[in-house]
Design a protein around this ligand. Structure first.
Ligand code: SF4
Length: 352
């Protein structure tokens, strides 16, 4: 993993032993091995670990993410973010006596050559960290793998299906495990990119939600992002120095063109303003939603019973479209979807 990630992230590691060693900024007496992207501090390995872990602990405490006795499912993909999250949550749980019962929860989308391999990494995490693992598959839940869905719908809207199904699959897994919270590995870079994407789309209503450290709750299981303020580069550094095993191959169906633009834009900004990521997150947090913006009201899907913003949840609509050979149903015009919902509610045959 690490060599490629290091090159890609141009991390600030002090490799050259022939130049004068740089002392650790904390004055611990050791030589620095890296320059922290977040603060610019030159740190030795141990002081970096302590700073990295303490900041996540502070984030968890300040946002009151967990209560003693909570059962917490860690959304585990085998990638660097969820691997570091699982490792650090276990470590902090032991160090600060959070009293959490931790689980790994993985979703198998059925993407050959990608998820099957990354799940092996999650199984390794399960054994290394001694955290129980539950895997749910799209095939079992919905009757379709992503490979089969892409065969039907092509490569254009595959991530819409995948994202909607994954979100609900995580909820289903969390309900099965009877957990109080789902912790996901979203990091500061992910959140800053989402802020920029929402601004560029004019989707101001989503700004506050995408920067919230806690989402859902009330009628659905609470989701939280303990790595909200953690830089991706530091996650890679931490995994590298801790020798954590993770999977770093990209999904073969990933288009991500739009997010890629936001990512490049932020990387460019960072060159002239190193605090750009945190600044963007703070901007997203403080931008107010105008009163005229109508926010969706949460309710339960009339068919599957999971959380929805309309009579039928998006997963049921997409699934119905797939099963009827109308894969564009859920991504088509709202009027068609509304007509479909009305027909479905009356149990009439669908005519679009
Ligand atoms: Fe699913 Fe798209 Fe992510 Fe691949 S890139 S795992 S298809 S959401």
């Amino acid at each position: 993993m690490s060599t490629k990630d290091f090159q890609n992230n141009s991390l600030n590691i002090f490799h050259n032993k022939s130049v004068m060693p740089v002392p650790c900024s904390t004055k611990c007496g050791k030589d620095a091995v890296l320059k922290r992207p977040k603060t610019g501090d030159a740190l030795c390995k141990e002081c970096f670990f302590w700073a990295f872990e303490s900041e996540i602990h502070f984030t968890i405490e300040k946002a009151k993410l967990f209560k003693p006795g909570y059962k917490v499912a860690i959304g585990a993909s085998g990638g660097k973010d969820s691997t570091v999250l699982a490792y650090v949550l276990k470590l902090l749980n032991d160090r600060y006596n959070y009293g959490l019962d931790l689980f790994l929860l993985s979703i198998d989308e059925g993407i050959s050559g990608y998820r099957d391999d990354s799940l092996k990494t999650v199984e390794q995490n399960r054994d290394d960290y001694k955290i129980p693992l539950k895997i749910l598959s799209y095939k079992d839940l919905y009757g379709w793998t992503m490979d089969e869905i892409v065969e039907q719908i092509g490569r254009k809207n595959n991530c819409t299906f995948c994202g909607v199904f994954r979100r609900q699959a995580l909820d289903r897994g969390a309900a099965l495990l009877k957990v109080d919270a789902i912790a996901t590995g979203h990091n500061a870079d992910d959140i800053a990119e989402t802020v920029i994407m929402n601004i560029l789309r004019g989707d101001i209503a989503r700004l506050q939600r995408c920067t919230s450290i806690i989402t859902a709750g009330d009628d659905s299981i609470m989701r939280c992002k303990p790595l909200k303020y953690t830089y991706e580069k530091e996650i890679v550094m931490y995994a590298f120095f801790k020798k954590l095993v993770y999977f770093s191959t990209e999904c073969k169906f990933a288009p991500n063109a739009y997010r890629g633009h936001a990512r490049t834009y932020i990387k460019d900004l960072e060159k002239v303003r190193p605090s750009a990521i945190i600044d963007i997150i703070h901007s997203g947090e403080t931008l107010q939603v105008k009163e005229t913006v109508k926010m969706p009201v949460k309710r339960k899907c009339s068919f599957c019973g999971f959380v929805s913003s309309q009579e039928l949840c998006k997963a049921c609509i997409l699934l119905e479209g797939l099963n009827r050979g109308l894969p564009k149903l859920g991504i088509g015009k709202t009027s068609k979807i509304n007509k479909f919902i009305a027909e479905k509610m009356k149990n009439k045959p669908l005519v679009i």
